[in-house]
Design a protein around this ligand. Structure first.
Ligand SMILES: N[C@@H](CCC(=O)N[C@@H](CS)C(=O)NCC(=O)O)C(=O)O
Length: 216
């Protein structure tokens, strides 16, 4: 298997973390053709986005689908509960992150460049981000991980996206996005103080900071 993409993408990073928890070494490889829109890469993945997972002669896209593939192709250790409702909740938390936390906050990414900042859109983006976090909080379990006592699928789906968004939010004076969200707050503190997530958080932070540095 080959995972194409760069760790700075939270969608790539969640797959890397899920693979690590399964004991599979899946380090991101350079994009074929050197670019997401190169003919070589588009022939493999016409979505033109990272990650893409090459399996034999085939290739699949979409990070949560790739996580589901890893779960089914390498069932042990499982990152999902045996309980169908908890499995659904794990996917729901990932879906909320993708559809609401990440998608609704595009203006915050765009606004990092002050010349492109639209204050009205940024204000709406901040509101959408905080609202989506409270929706996520609603569906989380009682801890210490996203859905109980085991680090799993939901934690992988959430962690890099929320970490990246909190770094970006800090540029907009949101010092603690989880201040009024006790479950998310406890979850974030727990992941920072336990392995293997502590090491992963440090690794991901390094990738994000060096990406920002390279854009200066
Ligand atoms: N829904 C996709 C999102 C992937 C995505 O948007 N990746 C970004 C990098 S963080 C990308 O490749 N963007 C390039 C583009 O949209 O042209 C997934 O979960 O894999």
């Amino acid at each position: 298997m080959n995972l194409y993409g760069h760790l700075v993408s939270p969608y790539v990073a969640r797959v890397v973390l899920a693979a690590e928890l399964k004991g599979i070494s899946l380090e991101p490889q350079p994009i074929p053709g050197g670019d997401l829109k190169s003919p070589e890469f588009l022939a493999l993945n016409p979505m033109g986005k990272m990650p893409a997972l090459k399996v034999g002669d085939d290739c699949i896209a979409e990070s949560m689908v790739i996580m589901d593939y890893l779960e089914e192709a390498h069932p042990t250790p499982s990152l999902l509960s045996q309980d169908p409702l908890l499995r659904a909740k794990a996917r729901l938390l990932g879906r909320i992150v993708d559809l609401y936390v990440m998608a609704a906050t595009r203006p915050l990414f765009a606004g990092l460049d002050p010349t492109k900042r639209n204050e009205t859109e940024v204000a709406a983006g901040k509101d959408a981000y905080l609202k989506a976090l409270s929706q996520l909080e609603h569906f989380m379990g009682s801890g210490p991980f996203a859905l109980g006592s085991t680090l799993g699928y939901a934690d992988c789906a959430m962690l890099p996206c929320l970490q990246l968004m909190s770094i970006i939010a800090s540029r907009y004076d949101i010092a603690d996005p989880y201040a009024d969200l006790p479950k998310l707050s406890a979850w974030w503190h727990h992941l920072q103080s336990t392995q293997p997530t502590q090491a992963f958080i440090e690794r991901y932070q390094t990738a994000v900071f060096s990406f920002f540095q390279s854009r200066r």
